[in-house]
Design a protein around this ligand. Structure first.
Ligand code: GCV
Length: 686
C-alpha cells in the first residue's frame, strides 16, 4: 500500500489499464523481450537507475519482465550512449543530436528492436522516461524516430521551504526536505521525488526558501554538509543538481565578520572558502540563489554597492568550481501609500536595466514573469526584451499563492504559454520570452526557467490532485516551451487519471477552463491585488490599499486603476516602442490588461459596447456560474477515476464554490458601493 501518490509514475494504476491497453500489451510483449545496457554505464549510478526503471516499468505497467542480454539484437530494448558501438549500429545513417542532455528513441525493426541512445547519461535517463511515457499513453512505437533536446539549459524548481519544516506559500503540507531544523531522511520519498523530476526533465532544485532566515543561513556551515552530500547523491543519478538559497549577510550571521560588504576582501575570502568546502563535498553542486535588497532581506544596497557588485562577488567565489549565481530581480522599496511618485512595477527595470553588461558570465538574473508578483494576470516584465548582455531565467510560480491556494482549481499552463510566447518586439530581431531566456536570442551562455514549487508532504504531493498537472506542465514547458497547454494536459491526464479518450477530453476541458474562470471571479482586466492581505486567499478589495507594499488600485467613486502610461508613472516606457505605444493608448491596450495600464472611469465603454463596471459585474456573475459548471462536470466523473481522487477533488470544489461566491459578492458590492452604479440586469449585489 503506497502512503503517497506516485503521480504520473504510478505504473500500477488500474485506470490506465483499460480499453486498448490489453491489445497494446500483447503487441509489446511480442516485440520486446530483452534489454541491453551500455557496458560503460554498467557500474555507474545511472546504470543502476536504468536497470531499476526498466524492471519497474515493464513488470508493473505491462506485467511481464524483460531478460537482460549483453548486446542489442532480436526483440531487444537497447539503452546506451551514442559512443556505444551497439547504439551506433542501430542508429547508423541517422543524424544524431549534438547537445548535452539530448536523446533519441527509435524502433529499428523487429529483428533489431527498440533503441534509446543519448549523448550523455542524463540524456539517457530522460530518453528512457520519455519512452515509458509514450508507452504508458499507448502511443504506437513501431514507426518511432524521436529526437529531443531541452530548449532551456536550466530547468529548476525553487522550494520556499524553511528548516523548521514549514513552507512559505505552501499549500500541500510540510516540507519534504526539512523538519525540526534537520534535513529529512525519507529516502524513498526523496528518491521518488527525484524520479518524478527526471521524468519531466527538471535538472535542478533549490531546496530552501529565498527568505533565508532562522537556521537556514547555517546550511552553509559544516553542520549540514553531510546531509547535503546525502541529498546530492540521491539526486545525482537522476540528473538533478542541488542549489541553495543564501543570505547575503551570511558572513555576519554565520561567519563572525562584522560586515558583508561585497567590496571587502575579508568578505570575498569568506565566500570563497565556503564555496570551496561545498564543492569539495559536492563537486556537481549547482550554485546559489539570492534574494537581496528585497522585503527585509539585506543586500549590496546596505553598503551602498550595486546589484552587480553584490552578484559578481558571489559569482567569483563559485566560478572556479563551475558554479552559477542566480540573482533575483525582485528588488523594490516598501513605500508610503500616500506617495504617488513611486510605482513598484517600475522597480526591477529601473534598478537592473542600467546594469546590463555589468554582470559576470556565471551570473543569471532570475526575473518574475510580471513586474509585480504572480497575479492572475500581469503584463510580461519589460526586462525580458531589454537586457541583451545578461543571462536570464524566467521565474514562474507553480504554488498557487494568488491563484487559489490549491483549493481552487487553476491550471496555469495556459498562462505560462502566453508568457513564453510573448514577443517583446525587439527591433530587427524575432524573439519571444522563451527564446530570450533559453539564451538563444542573444547567444547567452546560461538561461532557462525556474518556478516556485507547489510540493509538500501531502499524500498527493500538491494538496489538490489536479494541481499535480501544474508541476508536470512546468517541467514539460521548461523542456520544450513550444508545447501547448492542451497537449500537456492531455498527456498528464493519460498518465495519471485515465487513458479513456472521452475522460481525457472531459478532464482536459475542465483544466483548460480553470484559469480564465478563476480570473473572472477574482480580478479580471489586470487589476489584481484584491486578495486578503497576508494569506492571499479570498477577497479584500481594499486590503492592500493603505499598506507599504506598493500595490494600489486607488479606487474612488468615479474611477479605478493606476495610470502607468508614458504620461502617468512612465512604466510603459520600459517596453520597446511597439508595446509602449500599444499599452499607452486605451484603444490599443489589450483589454485583459487595461486596468493594469490605465486609470479608467467606471463608465468607460469597452470594445463590446458595455461599460467597464458592467463588464466587471458580468465577469463575476459569469465566473461564478462557470465555476459551478466545472464542479458539476467533475461530479459527473464519479466511477471513471480513482475514488480517492474523485472524492478529494470533489471536496476541493465545495470549498472553491464558497470562495468563488465570496469573490463574486464582495467585489461586486465593493464596485457598487464605490460607484453607486447598479447592475443593468438587476442581479443581487449587497
Ligand atoms: C518568498 C511575495 C510572496 C512572498 C515571497 C516573495 C518573493 O512577496 O508573498 O512570500 O517570499 O514574493 O518572491 O520573494
Amino acid at each position: 500500500m503506497n502512503t503517497y501518490s506516485r503521480c504520473w509514475l504510478d505504473y500500477e494504476n488500474p485506470y490506465l489499464k483499460k480499453g486498448s491497453y490489453t491489445i497494446f500489451r500483447e503487441q509489446i510483449q511480442k516485440d520486446i523481450a530483452f534489454y541491453a545496457i551500455d557496458p560503460s554505464l554498467e557500474n555507474t549510478e545511472t546504470g543502476r537507475v536504468l536497470t531499476k526503471e526498466v524492471g519497474n516499468f515493464f513488470s508493473r505497467f505491462f506485467e511481464y519482465s524483460l531478460t537482460k542480454v549483453p548486446k542489442s539484437g532480436n526483440r531487444t530494448l537497447s539503452l546506451g550512449l551514442f559512443s556505444w558501438p551497439e547504439v551506433q549500429k542501430l542508429l547508423e545513417g541517422v543524424p544524431l543530436p549534438k547537445y548535452p542532455e539530448a536523446f533519441m528513441i527509435r524502433y529499428v525493426s523487429p529483428e533489431k528492436g527498440l533503441v534509446v541512445g543519448a549523448k550523455d547519461p542524463k540524456g539517457l535517463v530522460y530518453g528512457v522516461f520519455r519512452l515509458f511515457s509514450l508507452l504508458q499513453q499507448g502511443i504506437s512505437y513501431t514507426t518511432l524516430t524521436l529526437i529531443e533536446e531541452p530548449r532551456n539549459p536550466l530547468r529548476i524548481l525553487n522550494h520556499w521551504d524553511n528548516l523548521d519544516g514549514s513552507v512559505e506559500r505552501g499549500y500541500a503540507g510540510r516540507s519534504i526536505f526539512f523538519e525540526n531544523n534537520k534535513i529529512t531522511d525519507d529516502t524513498d520519498r526523496l528518491t521518488d521525488y527525484a524520479r518524478l523530476l527526471a521524468s519531466i526533465g527538471i535538472n535542478g532544485v533549490v531546496i530552501n526558501n529565498v527568505n533565508v532566515k532562522e537556521r537556514a543561513p547555517f546550511l552553509l556551515t559544516g553542520e549540514y554538509l553531510p546531509d547535503l552530500v546525502r541529498l546530492a547523491q540521491l539526486f545525482r543519478p537522476y540528473g538533478v543538481r542541488l542549489y541553495l538559497s543564501v543570505n547575503f549577510m551570511s558572513p555576519v550571521i554565520v561567519g563572525g565578520l562584522d560586515t558583508a560588504d561585497p567590496l571587502e576582501e575579508r568578505v570575498q575570502r569568506w565566500w570563497q572558502e565556503r564555496a570551496a568546502v561545498l564543492y569539495k563535498a559536492i563537486p556537481d553542486f549547482g550554485g546559489f540563489l539570492v534574494k537581496a535588497d528585497s522585503e527585509y532581506n539585506p543586500g549590496p544596497h546596505t553598503y551602498g554597492r550595486s546589484q552587480s557588485e553584490g552578484a559578481n562577488m558571489l559569482a567569483r567565489a563559485l566560478r572556479p568550481h563551475g558554479g552559477l549565481l542566480i540573482w533575483r530581480a525582485f528588488v523594490y522599496k516598501l513605500q508610503d501609500w500616500r506617495d504617488r511618485t513611486i510605482d513598484r512595477a517600475r522597480a526591477a527595470y529601473d534598478i537592473f536595466h542600467p546594469l546590463d553588461g555589468d554582470f559576470d558570465d556565471n551570473v543569471i538574473l532570475q526575473i518574475k514573469n510580471g513586474p509585480l508578483d504572480f497575479q492572475v494576470r500581469e503584463p510580461v516584465a519589460p526586462l525580458f526584451g531589454t537586457m541583451e548582455k545578461t543571462n536570464q531565467i524566467l521565474e514562474l510560480q507553480i504554488t498557487q499563492e494568488y491563484t487559489g491556494h490549491q483549493i481552487d482549481l487553476c491550471y496555469l499552463a495556459p498562462q505560462w504559454q502566453e508568457i513564453l510566447s510573448f514577443d517583446p518586439h525587439i527591433e530587427g530581431k524575432p524573439a519571444t520570452v522563451a527564446s530570450i531566456v533559453s539564451g538563444s536570442t542573444w547567444g547567452r551562455p546560461h538561461g532557462g526557467m525556474a518556478a516556485v514549487a507547489n510540493i509538500g508532504r501531502d499524500a498527493n504531493w500538491t494538496g489538490h490532485w489536479l494541481a499535480q498537472a501544474n508541476w508536470y506542465a512546468f517541467g514539460r514547458l521548461a523542456w520544450d516551451p513550444t508545447l501547448s497547454a492542451q497537449t500537456i494536459a492531455q498527456e498528464w491526464v493519460r498518465r495519471t487519471l485515465s487513458n479513456d479518450e472521452s475522460m481525457v477530453n472531459r478532464v482536459v476541458a475542465i483544466l483548460q477552463k480553470s484559469w480564465p474562470v478563476y480570473e473572472k471571479y477574482t480580478t479580471p482586466y489586470g487589476l489584481g491585488w484584491m486578495v486578503t492581505p497576508g494569506t492571499h486567499y479570498g477577497p479584500s478589495p481594499e486590503g492592500y490599499e493603505y499598506s507599504i507594499w506598493g500595490t494600489y488600485h486607488r479606487a474612488t467613486h468615479t474611477e479605478i486603476g493606476v495610470d502607468r502610461t508614458s504620461t502617468g508613472t512612465g512604466y510603459t516606457t520600459q517596453y520597446r516602442p511597439y508595446w509602449r505605444d500599444r499599452y499607452d493608448k486605451r484603444e490599443t491596450c489589450p483589454e485583459e490588461l487595461i486596468l493594469f495600464f490605465h486609470r479608467l472611469p467606471y463608465t468607460y465603454v469597452m470594445k463590446n459596447g458595455k461599460t467597464l463596471i458592467q463588464n466587471y459585474y458580468d465577469a463575476h456573475f459569469e465566473g461564478y456560474e462557470e465555476m459551478r459548471a466545472l464542479q458539476e462536470e467533475w461530479n459527473r466523473l464519479e466511477g471513471s477515476v480513482d475514488p480517492v481522487v474523485f472524492t478529494e477533488v470533489q471536496q476541493r470544489f465545495v470549498q472553491q464554490e464558497e470562495n468563488a461566491r465570496q469573490w463574486r459578492d464582495v467585489i461586486n458590492s465593493f464596485f457598487y458601493r464605490k460607484s453607486g452604479i447598479p447592475d443593468e440586469k438587476g442581479r443581487p449585489i449587497y
